[in-house]
Design a protein around this ligand. Structure first.
Ligand code: GLN
Length: 485
């Protein structure tokens, strides 16, 4: 039995049939973490004892015919999710020793279904980054090529999964942080519609953009997990009270007759030839499956990155004001500066360079005299970007694009040039600004590096993009590739 090629439903069946046990699955994951973490650095905290205890408990439940659909399934979550009693550092020195007093809703829901927490996954500090190089716990390496980044900010979530260190993981996506690492590591990642999944207990970066989602080896697993974490939560006022469909029920309905739009602005000069080739081939697969391919335009795409870096940094500067050395995490003392000196010393020592850059950018964009020119202008542009999507979704059912202009880049390649780094999110950021849903799934290889395909859906139409993704996955083998690690 090769558990790395089994989906959650099959694992669950094997558990119920006694072909494997929760302890065995958990031990396999823990052994892979032990063997690979020094190199990959995907985990910042491993909950070995708690995971083994939970696995033993799961085996007791399974033996008694009890438990939920995830009983005995070992998972891991990005270190941005509060996990009760477990260190939650968010990639930052500021929260180095912070022990969460409660569980984030999305994680709590998986736990209620029986999932076992293996540990917490490395990430860019406060989710700011596209490469997982901005972590106080050190860079994460891509299991496909350890000289390369796994993407970010949920780089640990994608790398651990690709390396077989967990069956599934959770990440967050503010501008691409689930989809881009999923693409770089050859796994499936879903960014649900804003409001679909509760963000309660998730450390905030940019509150009007942040969204929680699953990363998994297959579309089916992603659909299963999304169904479990989605839904209204009274504790998050931005979660939306609309029914969660059964994503598995419609998964195999195919794409015949579906209209798939190709936004011309996403097929640009700078697109790497291997990426272009893989995406073109995917378009042909969909045509072959009976989808109608329709050229469309999202004319304000060019402004998305600039707009995002004003809005996201403005919100970040406000959200991160809470780290003042009084209420959360680290405190540095100042000999002479009094209270303000303590704030300054704490923030100077606690935040890394990228976080500081963004707090300064955001504070500037919000300051009087600049607010209208930057923040307000960006909000207006955001409306135009959202209207672009509303307009094309009157013509088509979903959009198909690359996830990123290239496959995984080299560690250090973009660290000296923040603008180059920011531009790598050009195809994912507009979706967050529009607030709609999208996913990434493996669609090819650039040499030994995976390439991801992005499907973008109408707001709350996750079922449609999952169904389209499943049709592609059933037709191709890309999702079965695994790195030699
Ligand atoms: N890479 C983008 C940024 O740096 C998006 C990050 C994210 O989605 N959390 O902000």
């Amino acid at each position: 039995m090769d558990i790395s090629q089994m989906n959650i439903r099959q694992l669950q069946q094997a558990l119920r049939d006694g072909e494997t046990s929760a302890l065995e699955l958990t031990r396999v994951c823990l052994a892979r973490i032990a063997a690979g973490n020094e190199q990959l650095n995907a985990f910042v905290t491993v909950c070995e004892d708690a995971a083994l205890a939970a696995a033993a408990e799961a085996d007791r439940k399974l033996a008694a015919g009890q438990g939920g659909p995830l009983t005995g399934i070992p998972i891991a979550v990005k270190d941005i999710f509060n996990t009760q009693g477990v260190r939650t550092s968010c990639g930052s020195r500021m929260l180095e020793n912070y022990i969460a007093p409660y569980d984030a809703t999305a994680f709590a829901k998986l736990k209620e279904q029986g999932a076992i927490l293996l540990g917490k996954l490395n990430m860019d500090e406060f989710a700011m980054g596209s490469s997982s190089e901005n972590s106080a716990s050190g860079v994460v390496r891509n299991p496909w090529d350890t000289e390369r980044v796994p993407g970010g900010s949920s780089g640990g979530s994608a790398a651990a999964l690709a390396a077989g260190q967990a069956v599934a993981t959770l990440g967050t996506d503010t501008g691409g942080s689930i989809r881009q690492p999923a693409s770089f590591c050859g796994v499936v990642g879903v960014k649900p519609t804003y409001g679909r999944v509760s963000r309660y207990g998730v450390i905030a970066y940019a509150s009007s953009l942040d969204q929680v989602g699953p990363l998994a080896h297959s579309v089916e697993d992603a659909a299963l997990l999304l169904g479990m974490i989605a839904g209204y939560d009274a504790a998050d006022s931005t979660s939306v009270d609309c029914p969660v469909p059964d994503y598995l029920a419609t998964l195999n309905q195919g794409v015949k007759g579906l209209k798939i739009g190709l936004p011309q602005e996403y097929f640009i000069e700078g697109l790497n030839p291997a990426v272009k080739q893989a995406v073109d081939a995917a378009i042909e697969v969909y045509r072959g499956l009976g989808a109608e391919i329709v050229p469309v335009s999202l004319p304000h795409t060019d402004y998305a990155v600039a707009c995002y870096y004003l809005i996201a940094t403005a919100e970040a500067s406000s959200n991160l004001a809470r780290y003042d050395g009084v209420r959360f995490g680290q405190r540095e003392s100042s000999e002479t500066g009094g209270l303000v000196g303590m704030y300054e010393a704490t923030r100077a020592a606690g935040f890394g360079a990228e976080v500081k850059r963004r707090i300064m950018l955001g504070t500037y964009a919000l300051s009087s005299g600049y607010y209208d020119a930057y923040y307000l202008k960006a909000q207006k542009v955001r409306t135009l970007i959202r209207e672009d999507f509303t307009r094309v979704f009157e013509q088509v059912d979903l959009l198909l694009t690359p996830v990123a202009p290239t496959a995984a880049f080299k560690i250090g390649e973009k660290t000296d040039d923040p603008l180059q780094m920011y531009l790598s999110d050009i195809f994912t950021i507009p979706v967050n600004l529009a607030g709609t849903c999208a996913l990434s799934l493996p669609c090819g290889m650039d040499g030994q590096l995976p390439i991801g395909l992005q499907l973008i859906g109408k707001p709350f139409a996750e079922a449609t993009i999952l169904q389209a993704a499943q049709a592609f996955e059933s037709e191709t083998d890309w999702h079965q590739n695994r790195p030699n690690i």
